[in-house]
Design a protein around this ligand. Structure first.
Ligand SMILES: Nc1ncnc2c1ncn2[C@@H]1O[C@H](COP(=O)(O)OP(=O)(O)OP(=O)(O)O)[C@@H](O)[C@H]1O
Ligand SMILES: [Mg+2]
Length: 308
């Protein structure tokens, strides 16, 4: 069993709302997260779901009303925080500094003695060697995110929290950042990052947690989350005149005597296959079409809309 780095148990948080001091709105209603060593964990949720609030509590910027945060099995304490790197959602940069100066400044903040070589290594890790002497005000959004990540790992943390590192980037910028996150994993670090971009989560994460309106409603590997969720079944067959009469199909196509059909579920596919064989035909292939995470995500959102 892999070591659990972070465990969040039933985290709740409310903020005062309106002018009446006693009135509060609960924004986290039960967050449960388990992150294992060496993995990339995607925390997915729509705007306002509670991702940033959760990260702020882990990093100590904000405090929970109730619930526990365990770091390597023990209540997270101040000392652990030096092992955690954090890229905030809207980082603040000293825009007149160059990339290299900013990292030197970051190292000083942590009271770290970083050699020139180490700073250079960080700059090349985030692919900013060529822009090291350019002022941050001239950096693109993607470059700023990458220098922000370099800043978040200046203290060589084993666990890194990235709040929306991929948002607002063009496809190339996203690819660069995904590769950077994968590189951090290869170095043996554990990463949790938030996003509402499902495709990126499907591409790089080992495990995924989904937050809807302040609650984690699902957690697991991509395979676990979508397994068993067979949507439709593609069945291809030949050696018969057409699709048997009483089979309910969504679509059917015929190409050089081979039929390609889609039926609504496995029961219908079984019925079709049995008939084809009984009628002396042959099955070319059967392909269950699984739900994508995106379909699952939207379904969850629809199911939960309304109950706040
Ligand atoms: N300081 C605060 N005071 C009052 N309400 C807050 C505060 N911070 C966050 N909220 C509310 O808590 C809810 C969750 O916000 P949060 O920023 O955690 O969501 P998020 O999942 O990070 O969203 P996004 O994808 O937009 O970044 C929102 O309804 C937000 O308005
Ligand atoms: Mg946020």
């Amino acid at each position: 069993m892999k070591e659990k780095i972070l465990e969040i148990i039933n985290l709740k948080k409310s903020y005062p709302s309106g002018t009446l001091l006693l009135k509060r709105t609960e924004v986290l209603k039960g967050i449960n997260i388990n992150v294992y060593k060496g993995e990339i964990y995607s925390l997915l949720g729509h705007n306002g779901a509670g991702k940033t609030t959760t990260f702020k509590i882990i990093t100590g910027i904000s405090k929970q009303d109730s619930g526990e945060i365990l770091f390597k099995g023990k209540t997270l304490n101040l000392k652990d925080k030096s092992k955690i790197g954090f890229l905030p959602e809207r980082p603040y940069f000293y825009e007149y500094l160059t990339g290299r100066e900013f990292l030197e400044f970051s190292a000083n903040l942590f009271n770290l003695k970083k050699s020139k070589v180490q700073i250079e290594a960080l700059l090349s890790l985030v692919d900013l060697k060529d822009a090291a002497d350019v002022q941050l005000k001239k950096y693109s959004k993607g470059m700023l995110q990458r220098i922000g990540i370099a800043h978040s790992i200046i203290n060589d943390p084993e666990f890194i929290i990235l709040d929306e590192p991929l948002s607002g980037l063009d496809p190339i910028g996203r690819k660069k950042l995904r590769d950077l996150i994968l590189g951090l994993k290869e170095e043996g670090r554990t990463i949790i990052y938030s996003s509402h971009i499902l495709q990126d989560a499907e591409m790089i994460s080992d495990r995924i947690g989904i937050i809807v309106k302040g609650k984690t409603i699902m957690e697991g590997s991509l395979e676990e989350l979508v397994s068993g969720e067979i949507k439709e079944v593609d069945v291809s067959f030949y050696g018969v005149d057409g699709i048997p009469k009483d089979v309910d199909y969504i679509k059917v196509e015929k190409k050089s005597n081979v039929f390609y059909t889609t039926v609504k579920d496995t029961d219908e596919a079984n019925k079709l296959i049995a008939k084809i064989i009984k009628d002396g035909g042959y099955i070319k292939f059967v392909n269950p079409v699984r739900k994508t995470l995106e379909e699952l995500f939207w379904e969850i959102k629809d199911e939960n809309s309304g109950n706040s």
